[in-house]
Design a protein around this ligand. Structure first.
Ligand SMILES: Cc1cc2nc3c(=O)[nH]c(=O)nc-3n(C[C@H](O)[C@H](O)[C@H](O)COP(=O)(O)OP(=O)(O)OC[C@H]3O[C@@H](n4cnc5c(N)ncnc54)[C@H](O)[C@@H]3O)c2cc1C
Length: 469
């Protein structure tokens, strides 16, 4: 195996794999360094296992909401759900992804990678050797992020679960406390309650605070209906006695068999050699729209580690741009820096889509009404009850949900959309196309949604917009 490559990628998560793939397709020799499993957090401890844990519950609830489909008292079979989850993580084996790398012609070095100089990475291999790799063109850091443990007295002593233990669970605990009010917290609360745990969600602020305000209200109500207890407060200490974890919240306390901490992410840059190149270890890597780290012509950072959007699909989008830019520079072809070119991650700024697989589901893209206003746009907000759409009432008896679009009045285009309700995940891509394509509302009028689908909410939103003009 060589020691010199055009490109060295540190971290073989979904983002690292894509940077490598896109650069290699454009003719570069590429090596990927991975300290754990090829496929990264997403494949083994995040997106895939969490969605596998959630899907059976959402399918059961959907069936129970259609008369005649499933008994109201039907329960999940946790053993079968966990077995299905195991199949999605390939039982935590990365053999399939290693095969893919090999087939693509990308080399893999297992071990912990550290930058030890300009265009130089030293890998500490599992057998303790130090292998020096040199790049003729670039180094891409795609080391992702890790769960952030909050600073609460007693926290490490109670051996809390993070998203890793929560998604790799082997026996569903009788009860859990979930600390956090964000995406991971609400998704895990949905999954664990459906799998038979008694969940207490402890949120410091509002639930799903970064979204439109009606989202947190709907998800809080949905979780409570499932049986989740939601408590608002700031933990002051945590203890474990006789196996039971107790979280003190001032004068009150909550208890459970396990504590799942879902209070945010920290960059995996603490021990990747940033100090060797004058950067501060443990910080997010600041990049421009070409994913190039500020101040370096050979260093790139894509995915979670640059903190632009902590989502697999958006990191992979950045990876496609970074891979192409690195290859273009190496091949001496022109880099196009204008927005929306293949070489820039323009969508990161105001067109990031996201689905939250909570009960109820949430999907959103672009700016919330508050964010659009803060950005100085002259906006109009249009809301519509999803339950009033014929397709929704067929989807579920008594369907309840809401849709919002945020219109930039000066340009006559949609800059943000949010849906909350059952099965809204698949509604979001139409909104993403409208936002990214800057489709004028006058033209969107001619995008006729099929009857009777939930997508008819688009017609209702546009009719509402016109009637309020
Ligand atoms: C519970 C949970 C659920 C999620 N669900 C979704 C979802 O449904 N959809 C979605 O879009 N996003 C989801 N996310 C976010 C998603 O997991 C991340 O955005 C995504 O994994 C980021 O990919 P990445 O390649 O940047 O980093 P990672 O997936 O974290 O991969 C980084 C890789 O780098 C390796 N590495 C780190 N340091 C070194 C080193 N020094 N040397 C060698 N290798 C190293 C790591 O071992 C790892 O394999 C979820 C996150 C969590 C926590």
């Amino acid at each position: 195996m060589s020691t010199t490559y055009d490109l060295i990628v540190i971290g073989a998560g979904p983002v690292g794999e894509n940077v490598a793939d896109y650069a290699h397709r454009d003719g570069l020799s590429v090596v990927v360094v991975e300290s754990e499993l090829v496929g990264g957090e997403c494949s083994y401890w995040a997106c895939m296992p969490s969605k596998a844990l959630l899907r059976s519950g959402s399918a059961l609830r959907a069936a129970q909401r259609v008369a005649g489909a499933a008994p109201a008292d039907a329960k999940l079979d946790p053993i079968a759900v966990l077995a299905r989850r195991d199949s999605f993580t390939s039982n935590w084996s990365d053999a399939g992804q290693v095969d893919w790398l090999q087939g693509a012609g990308i080399d893999l070095v297992r071990g912990h990678g550290r930058i030890t100089g300009e265009r130089e990475v030293t890998v500490e291999t599992p057998d303790g050797e130090h292998r020096i790799l040199r790049a003729t063109h670039a180094v891409a850091v795609t080391t992702g992020s890790a769960a952030l443990l909050p600073d609460i007295p007693g926290i490490t002593e109670v051996a809390p679960w993070t998203s890793r233990e929560a998604t790799a669970v082997e026996v569903i605990p009788e009860s859990v406390i979930i600390l956090g009010g964000g995406v991971v917290a609400t998704e895990m609360a949905t999954a664990y309650q459906a799998l038979g745990s008694q969940v207490t969600l402890v949120a410091r602020g509002s639930v799903l605070g970064g979204q439109e305000p009606f989202v947190g209200d709907a998800v809080s109500a949905g979780l409570r209906e499932l049986g989740v207890t939601i408590v608002h407060g700031s933990p002051t200490s945590v203890t474990r006695e006789d196996g039971v974890v107790t979280l003190a919240l001032g004068d009150e306390s909550v208890s459970g068999a396990e504590l799942i901490v879902a209070t945010g992410r920290t960059p995996r840059t603490g021990d990747i050699g940033l100090d060797h190149i004058g950067l501060k270890p443990g910080t997010w890597l600041d990049v421009d729209d070409h994913l190039q780290v500020h101040g370096f012509d050979w260093l790139y950072a894509a995915g979670d580690v640059n903190h632009r959007a902590l989502l697999t699909h958006q990191g992979k989008y950045q990876a496609r741009a970074a891979g192409k830019v690195i290859a273009a520079r190496a091949n001496g072809t022109q880099i196009v820096s204008t927005p929306w070119s293949d070489h820039v991650a323009t969508a990161d700024h105001a067109a990031v889509p996201q689905v939250i697989f909570s009960e109820p589901e949430v999907s959103a893209v672009g700016l919330t009404a508050a964010a659009a206003e803060a950005a100085g746009l002259r906006t109009r907000v249009v809301d519509y009850e999803l339950g009033w759409v014929a397709g929704s009432s067929l989807q579920a008896d008594g369907y309840s949900g809401k849709a919002r679009i945020v219109v930039d009045e000066d340009r006559g285009v949609i800059v943000g959309a949010t849906f909350v309700g059952q099965d809204v995940a698949e509604l979001i891509h139409a909104a993403t196309i409208a936002v990214v394509g800057e489709v004028p509302l006058s033209r969107l009028w001619h995008a006729v949604p099929s009857y009777p689908t939930m997508s008819e909410v688009w017609l209702r939103l546009l009719e509402t917009y016109r009637s309020e003009a």
